[in-house]
Design a protein. Structure first.
Length: 437
């Protein structure tokens, strides 16, 4: 084995698949075997692999300005253009944009911005953040504290109390409903729990509520109708900010431009982006806040002498150029509409798995979906071993999927996938599942 410490990996089972190259929606291992990349890498390669226009844009940017930082009054045109582009796209009012390198550090930035803002307006006690059970928001120290998945918390001693992290119910009806409880009753109960948590903690101590509109690593959970409407009403009642983590759901993934559009989340106060922002061709993330949250920071930074937060690569000119070209291609080539249409077809094909007894639930939206595998439908007992076997069978058969949340198989192909390629993906998935039963 090499000297690499591998991320999110069983360290007793490293280096099992060595990817050598990629083309379109396919990747190839060192022996030349082809795999349909059914996870768009890690939910991120929206344009697939080897997009020549994007590669040329990155190469040109490297030749023009290979690096320049944005500290101390320095700037460059790509960072200005990208910030203005995103501000015009997002539903957050009068948006201001801070750039980083990953979804994790973008969520870390948001925690710091919340502390900074409420401190300078004289409400330093308003610092707690409500996340949800089964949430995933990154793995840095602060963002990792927002994450609720056991494997991401075990042994890391996350500073939950120090950061004021609170947890409320996950909105997964299939797993969370009480016997005989309707979806509407489930929503009423868990949002009622949210409100009781807020009242018990004191709304004057709570800064924000964070949620992925549709989750990724926790199993592609699509909340029931009415959930976000009730959540938003509660947050507004108690003056708590809504923080939308769009790292996976942004830029067409769910069948709309943003996951907030798909799930009827109105004007989020904060948004987090990464992954498909540059189709993963260059690392970049964006932390977006309302303009009125930014304004008090200006004078406060002047009093201190500097706004004391930032990364060496914040607004890296090549990363910004990559993101700008990615967004241009998405718009010019009609990728959002294509993803919506092909995504509807994918959901139609996934629904066909409902005839398999081991599939307890099929869920998703647009070009993201999951099958929840169970021992039997009556007990809903998770079939984790079956999910693991099926994921391996898929790989053996030339399809990359991801086993998430223990017993779910996730799909999240590049946005450029065609209907014929959806058929190929679904055919291989079904054959691999049947082979594994």
């Amino acid at each position: 084995m090499s000297a690499v410490i591998y991320p999110t990996t069983n360290l007793t089972a490293t280096e099992q698949l060595n990817i050598a190259r990629g083309e379109g929606i396919y990747v190839y291992d060192q022996q030349g075997k082809r795999y349909l990349e059914g996870m768009a890498g890690l939910w991120c390669t929206g344009l697939g692999y080897g997009n020549r226009e994007l590669i040329d844009a990155i190469s040109g940017a490297l030749e023009t300005l290979s690096f320049s930082h944005t500290f101390g009054g320095k700037t460059h045109q790509p960072v200005i253009d990208l910030a203005d582009k995103l501000a015009a796209m997002v539903p957050t009012p009068d948006a201001k944009v801070f750039f980083g390198n990953s979804g994790s550090d973008a969520n870390d930035t948001h925690i710091k911005l919340l502390h900074y803002y409420f401190d300078i307006i004289g409400k330093p006690e308003k610092r707690k953040i409500i996340t949800r059970e089964r949430a995933y928001h990154g793995v840095t120290v602060a963002a990792g504290a927002l994450t609720s998945l056991p494997a991401n918390l075990a042994h890391f001693d996350a500073p939950l109390e120090a950061l004021g992290i609170l947890r409320t119910d996950h909105p997964h009806y299939y797993r969370g409903a009480l016997p005989g409880e309707s979806e509407a009753e489930f929503v009423e109960r868990i949002t009622g729990n949210l409100e009781r948590l807020i009242v018990a903690e004191g709304p004057e101590t709570i800064a924000a509520f964070i949620a992925e509109p549709i989750t990724g690593a926790s199993g592609v959970i699509v909340p029931p109708a009415g959930y976000y409407e009730k959540v938003q009403a509660i947050l507004k009642r108690y003056d708590i900010l809504f923080w939308a983590d769009e790292v996976i759901t942004g830029f067409g993934r769910t069948g709309h431009l943003f996951g907030c559009d798909t799930m009827n989340i109105q004007q989020p106060d904060m948004m987090t982006f990464a992954k498909q922002l540059s189709s993963a061709y260059y690392p970049i993330s964006a932390s977006i806040i309302r303009g009125d949250l930014y304004e008090p920071m200006v004078e406060a930074s002047a009093q201190v002498g500097v706004f004391g937060h930032g990364y060496t690569y914040s607004g890296h000119p090549v990363a910004c150029a990559a993101a700008l070209k990615t967004l241009e291609i998405y718009e010019r080539e009609g990728i959002y509409q294509h993803a919506a249409e092909t995504g509807a077809y994918l959901q139609q094909r996934l629904a066909e798995f409902a005839d398999i007894e081991a599939v307890g639930e099929v869920r998703g939206a647009g070009l993201i979906g999951a099958l929840e595998l169970v021992e039997d439908r009556a007990s809903k007992a998770p079939a984790a071993d079956l999910a693991k076997r099926t994921a391996q069978a898929c790989q053996d058969n030339g399809l990359i999927v991801r086993n998430v949340a223990g017993n779910a198989l996730a799909l999240c192909p590049p946005l450029v996938i065609t209907r014929d390629q959806v058929d190929e993906m679904i055919g291989t998935l079904r054959a691999s599942l049947e082979q594994s039963l």
